[in-house]
Design a protein around this ligand. Structure first.
Ligand SMILES: Cc1cc2nc3c(=O)[nH]c(=O)nc-3n(C[C@H](O)[C@H](O)[C@H](O)COP(=O)(O)O)c2cc1C
Length: 400
């Protein structure tokens, strides 16, 4: 792996891109307040949500990822969470997903993490297992089952039960208890590697119909052993993973976890689905995660059962972040159709969440953090190399 020369910003926390120039004048704007959990300080509340880029070979991050993740950090995002990264090859959604199942994956990840850090942003990663949604094509390669002859593993897809997501996804094998314990170890090993790569915030993926969510929900988990049935049993494997990961992850580094707050079996946000998965069970899960030492819950929703309607609208998942924050007394991240900086600020001001995560809006505008500062009348530090484009400081000065 070729060494890179890091175009570093000043490392003083006050001069990181995306931090207020006048801390006192901006102290009422929550989006630009730093937060320290354990000993990691995120310079503002703006988070790049994990987004699969389906651009790896054998799980290795490459120059595309370096440029892609750099662009958000450079322009002031406080925390950049690197895409869902599989803990075993069969845990990828597509053959082009990122992975952390071997020590060889550490160096390319470290390159990206170092680059993010050098911009004054915090490097995070989401560790994941795709469960019964594995061995599929990327959206741009055509979302379809990828067979063995095309580098897929369609006959080796795992889930809690032999229940596929739908007829367009692979037929999963039900994991044995030994298989479950092996996976706890794989999550643990990936955690140790993420630490070695210099990642500072680790997020466990237990959302969107992937393996841990498959276990949590009675809609996908039909087991009759101690890993299925009651809520306590359905939570067992995800909590074992969280416990093992917390033990392997350094004490001074924050642990986040993303869950789907409901399966949306009914389109009402707070519909009851006690045999399946709903916000009430998700809140109980959050309480257990807090006891284990998870620091932040990133509250997403859905994607575990096919053919259901979502109450899609701007901020439609924010009520989940608000409920979990209040009921489980744990910091939360709000995500989903949040695009407007002033509305994002309102979510924080109203105490509905502690962090704002954006996915697609960051793809549209990787300088969203700088835009948010302008819209909220906060004068923030721009990256050194781009400072002359900071209109507020340069317009009218020498006319050039
Ligand atoms: C291209 C793309 C890839 C995504 N990959 C992931 C992922 O790796 N892990 C994850 O938890 N969510 C993933 N998501 C979901 C986003 O993180 C986010 O929750 C969702 O897009 C809603 O936020 P938005 O309205 O700001 O886009 C992805 C979304 C997009 C658009």
């Amino acid at each position: 792996m070729a060494p890179i020369i890091l175009p570093s910003q000043a490392q003083n926390v006050k001069t990181r891109p995306g931090t207020p120039r006048d801390v006192e004048a901006s102290k009422d704007v929550k989006l630009f307040q730093p937060s320290t959990i354990r000993s990691i300080t995120i310079p503002n509340r703006i988070v790049v949500a994990p987004m699969c880029m389906y651009s790896c070979q054998d799980g290795f991050l490459n120059d595309f990822h370096l440029a892609h993740y750099f662009s958000f950090a450079f322009k002031g995002a406080g925390l950049v969470i690197i895409e869902a990264t599989a803990v075993e090859p069969q845990g990828r959604i597509s053959p082009e997903d990122s992975g952390l199942w071997s020590d060889e994956h550490i160096a390319p990840l470290k390159r990206v993490a170092d680059m993010i850090k050098a911009q004054g942003s915090v490097p995070g990663i989401q560790i994941a297992h795709a469960g019964r949604k594995a061995s599929m094509g990327s959206p741009f390669a055509g979302y379809r089952i990828i067979p063995e002859e095309e580098n897929g593993w369609s006959k080796d897809v795992r889930g809690p039960s032999e229940l596929p997501f739908d007829e367009k996804h692979c037929q999963p094998h039900a994991l044995t208890k030994e298989g479950i314990q092996d996976l706890v170890q794989m999550f643990t090993d990936a955690t140790v590697r993420a630490d070695k790569a210099g990642i500072e915030v680790l997020e466990i993926h237990s959302a969107h119909g992937y393996l841990l969510h498959n276990f949590l929900s009675g809609n996908s988990n039909k087991r009759t052993d101690e890993y299925g049935g009651t809520l306590e049993n359905r939570m067992r494997f995800p909590l074992e993973v969280a416990k093992a990961v917390r033990a392997a992850w350094p004490e001074h580094k924050p642990l986040w976890l993303r869950f789907s707050s409901t399966d949306f079996k009914e389109p009402e946000q707070f519909a009851n689905d006690p045999e399946g998965w709903d916000i009430y069970q998700a809140t109980e899960y959050a309480k257990k995660l807090k006891e284990i030492g998870v620091d932040v819950i990133d509250c997403s929703a859905g994607a575990n059962i096919s053919g259901v309607r979502y109450p899609t609208a701007p901020h439609f998942q924010v009520p989940f972040a608000e409920t979990v924050r209040r009921e489980a007394d744990i910091p939360t991240g709000a995500v989903g159709l949040i695009t407007d900086p002033i509305e994002a600020e309102q979510v924080l001001q109203e105490g509905k969440a502690d962090y704002i995560l954006l996915a697609r809006e960051f793809l549209r505008d990787n300088g969203w953090a700088l835009r948010a500062a302008r819209d909220l009348n906060v004068t923030v530090k721009w990256p050194n190399q781009y400072e002359r484009a900071d209109n507020e400081r340069w317009v009218g000065k020498n006319g050039k």
